[in-house]
Every structure is written in C-alpha cells, then in structure tokens.
Design a protein around this ligand. Structure first.
Ligand SMILES: Cc1cc2nc3c(=O)[nH]c(=O)nc-3n(C[C@H](O)[C@H](O)[C@H](O)COP(=O)(O)O)c2cc1C
Length: 392
C-alpha cells in the first residue's frame, strides 16, 4: 500500500472519508447500534461479570470514581478532538478475512527485547494509580504478570519502582520523564535497572504538559487528596519539573547511563522515526499520550504507517492510543506494529475492581484479538500482514 501522504489523490479520498466518518461518529445513527453502548445499570455499579467489553469500563468507572479523579483519568487536551480521533480512525481500515485456514490453535505469543510475552498487549504507563485504587500500580502489575503481560511503570507512579517490582512476578519496563537535573534522572534510571527493568521508555511528547482542561479543574478538586509519587520520597507530584530543554542528545546520554533497551514513546512522524533510527534507539512507541498533549487531530493509527516505513524493520514499533477492541489491535499489527499498549481502560478497571478489573480488561482484549485472528484466518501474529486490510 502506498503511503497516503505520498499520493495526492489517495490523500484527497482519505480526507473525504475522514470527514464522512467524523460526521457519522456524531450521528444518532451510530448511537443506536453498538453493543459498546449497551447501557449499564444506573443505580448501582455494575458487577465485573456484567462488563463484556473495554468500552463499558469507562461508564462503570464514572459511577464509582469521584468527578475529579474520573476527569483526570478520562480527559485529554483542548477540545479532545485528538482523543476522539484515536478511536474514530480505526474505521479508516477494514479487515479482509481469509477462509479455510486452520484456526483451531491461535498463537499470540511474541518475543520482544529478549522477553517472552503472552500476547502483543501491554499496559501503558500511567502515573497516579494509587488515587484510583489503594493498591494502585501494585494491582495493575500483578494483574499483568499473572497472564504473562508486560506493564510499563510510570516515573510518576504512586508506589516506588522498588515496591512495584517486588509485587510483580514478571519483569517490568520503566517509563522515564527526565527532570532538568540529570543527577536525579540518573539515580532514577539506576533504581529502575536495579529493580529488574530491562526496557526504558523515554517519553518524548511532554516537554511541557498539554492543555488538559478537565485535568486542571480535576486537580483543583482533588489536590488535597492526591497521594505523593513513590519515586520522589514523599514529594507531591504536581507540578512535576519536566525538562523542556531536552533534545536528541538525551538519547546519547541515556545510552551512556544505562544498559536497558531504550524506546522513544511519543514519536508520530517519519522525520523523527528516521532520527531515532540514526541515534540507534531500540524501539519506538507511536503515541500521542492518549490525546493529552498537542491537539493535533491526528490519530496514532494514522501516524503508524509512516513510522513503520521510516524504520524499515530496523527496530520494533509499538503503538498506543484508543485501543479498545481486538480488531483495533489486529489493524495495528497488520499495519506493522509489533505490539499495542492500553491506558485508560485498565485505569477504569483498576478504579472499579482493583486487580480483578485490570485482569478482566486484559483478558477481554486478548479474547477479542484471538477471535478476530480466528475469523480473519491468521493463526499466529506472524501471519497478520497488510494484505488483511483495505482502506475504507
Ligand atoms: C491518567 C493518565 C496518566 C498518564 N500518565 C502517563 C505517564 O506517567 N507517562 C507516560 O509516558 N504516559 C502517560 N500517559 C499516557 C499513556 O501512557 C498512553 O500513552 C495513553 O493513555 C494511551 O491512550 P489510551 O488511554 O487511549 O489507551 C497517561 C495517560 C493517562 C490517561
């Protein structure tokens, strides 16, 4: 498939399709159909068994979380167009299912950075989890480890990286927000490495915090109740001293400072993918921070093909942003992603049901991925390719 942005006609058709889909998404026609919108009991929180897909966890969480905590987790930047784009854009691709393939056994396992993963679904780093459930990150990493999944632990976790690593029976990955003080950053990296993390994801989309209006209001409401970050010995995490002066030299500095594999989280263009390749990073996570940074209007799934093309197989490309269905994951894998990370859904699961909620979110998405692999005729991850998709 030729990249859309290299073909003016394709680009025009693509834009027309997007406008139509954007219109459709706001149309009452859509509101009538999907099971995703099946209403949940309004008088009491749903029981875990009542939730049959990831989309329903948001409604369940809204019932049990304080308004402030819910808005902090669910919200995004500006008018939240990018947040919505992350979901809507999955409809830009359709699945071409093949028939008469033996799909009695489905193999979703993969090896990534020398680690064996049960499926290509990981938990994205999210700070602050102790404010949604008292067990916070301890519960999410336990849930992930139980089924052989990887969790990426945030710099801004409520528990310390040492406490979280002690709770997990699987190795963890660590997400880094550097501070301008390289001494503090070096110490943090060392602690992550000593805690058994083999992979470090440097977040590169956050030189400053995006204009998260729901979060600002939410923080005003909940600040008194916010727990401190575990990694910074009792200091209140807000505002975190980000490093807006960070440039590509940071990758070289990290390389000198740690033996961990280095991923860049937040790459969304071919230009930056090429620079990442030149710098010899070990992998990329295509991400727009769940629509919480620049209000670009670009979904991550639309950014994926140009990043995959630029790295040309030299490193694994992962992606996050809006993944709620097995078919979403399938489409990303077909477009060249090695794995997919999920954020908010497991946060909602954690808030409602603790560890069991996170476990259920992972299990549901795994089940849906397995189902679409069976229905599309792809018994292994290696079998999934671009030929299983067509543009809508
Ligand atoms: C409440 C919240 C906290 C987050 N905290 C972090 C973080 O500490 N570090 C980071 O790199 N990304 C963070 N993210 C972004 C996620 O890692 C991920 O990119 C995004 O949530 C994926 O989109 P999704 O929520 O639609 O699945 C956060 C996202 C949310 C919603």
């Amino acid at each position: 498939m030729k990249p859309i942005d290299e073909d003016p006609l394709a680009r025009e058709q693509h834009c027309a399709r997007r406008s139509f889909l954007a219109w459709l998404a706001g149309s009452p026609l859509l509101a009538l159909s999907p099971m995703a919108c099946r209403s949940l009991p309004s008088s009491k929180p749903a029981s875990l068994d009542e939730l049959i897909n990831l989309l329903q966890f948001e409604g369940a969480a809204e019932q049990v979380m304080s308004q402030g905590a819910f808005d902090f987790l669910a919200g995004a930047s500006d008018d939240e167009h990018t947040l919505r784009a992350n979901r809507e854009a999955f409809q830009l691709w359709q699945i071409r299912a093949r028939r008469l393939v033996n799909v009695a056994e489905i193999d979703m396992r993969l090896e990534l950075f020398g680690e064996d993963l049960a499926s290509p679904i990981l938990l994205a780093p999210m700070g602050d989890q102790g404010n949604w459930h008292r067990d916070g990150e301890l519960a999410s990493v336990r849930a992930a480890a139980q089924s052989g999944h990887r969790a990426i632990v945030s710099t801004l976790s409520t528990y310390s990286i040492e406490e979280i690593a002690a709770a997990s029976t699987e190795p963890l990955w660590f997400q880094l927000y550097p501070t301008a003080d390289r001494g503090i950053t070096a110490e943090l990296i060392q602690r992550a490495e000593d805690s058994g993390c083999g992979v470090l994801a440097l977040t590169v989309d956050t030189p400053v915090t995006g204009n998260r209006e729901r979060q600002v209001v939410a923080l005003d409401r909940i600040l008194g109740a916010v727990k401190t970050t575990g990694n910074f010995a009792g200091r209140n995490p807000f505002p975190f001293p980000l490093d807006p002066s960070m440039t590509w030299d940071m990758v070289d500095w990290l390389r000198r400072s740690t033996g961990m594999r280095i991923l860049l989280k937040g790459i969304v263009t071919r230009e930056d993918a090429l620079l990442a390749r030149e710098r010899g990073v070990d992998g990329i996570i295509v991400s727009n921070h769940g629509g919480r940074q620049e209000e670009s209007g670009r979904s991550t799934i639309e950014c994926l093909p140009e990043v995959v093309a630029a790295v040309a197989g030299t490193m694994p490309v992962l992606i996050d942003g809006g993944f709620r269905r097995g078919t979403d994951v399938f489409k990303a894998l077909a477009l060249g992603a090695k794995a997919v990370c999920i954020g908010r859904p497991y946060g909602f699961g954690l808030a409602c049901y603790g560890e069991a909620g996170v476990r259920r979110v992972i299990e549901l998405l795994d089940q849906e991925l397995k189902l679409i692999m069976q229905l599309a005729g792809t018994p292994s991850l290696a079998a999934i390719s671009e030929s299983y998709l067509q543009e809508a």
